[in-house]
Every structure is written in structure tokens, then in C-alpha cells.
Design a protein around this ligand. Sequence first.
Ligand SMILES: [Zn+2]
Length: 101
Amino acid sequence: MLTFLNKYIFQAGMPAPRLRSRSLRRVFRKVPGGRVSLQYKKQRPKTAKCGSCGASLKGVPRAFPFRMRSMAKTKKRPERPYGGVLCSRCMRQSIIDKTRQ
Ligand SMILES: [Zn+2]
């Protein structure tokens, strides 16, 4: 757990110009020496959204493409029609609409 004092130490120093961008996220990591270090990491990808209503999809991991590539297909999206494309509610509604046509 990061204490207020540790956070204050990081705020005191001016980061290098390339690290002042907010396109990088700041991660506090405990290093092997026991010290807490501020590391700059790439922003994580946004959550997958439903193609119909825009709600964030459950069961779709928020991972970088290189991690998604090594993941099993069953771990990347729910195993149902339109899994990973539509949310469950929109999927149900679209099936109902199609059968009533
Ligand atoms: Zn939806």
C-alpha cells in the first residue's frame, strides 16, 4: 500500500519531458529493494463495447493485442451467438426480432 509520504516524494520531482504526457499511465510498483517506484506504462485498451447499445461487454478481457493473440478463443468472448459483438440483452432482442419477421 502506498502511503501519503511516498506519493509526496514522487510529486516533488519533475518527470522527464517525455514522461509528462498523460497518454502514459502512472503505476506505483514495489521494487525488490522494498522502495516504491513510479513507473510509466502504456494505457490499457478500452473495454469492448456492444455494437448496438454501446454497453461494455462482459466476458471480453481488457488486454493488449499481444496478450489476446496468445489467449484461447474461448477466453476472449462468451460462447453464444454474437458473443463479443453484442451484449446479452441486444443479442436476445435481435433473435426475437429475426424470428418475428
Ligand atoms: Zn447492447
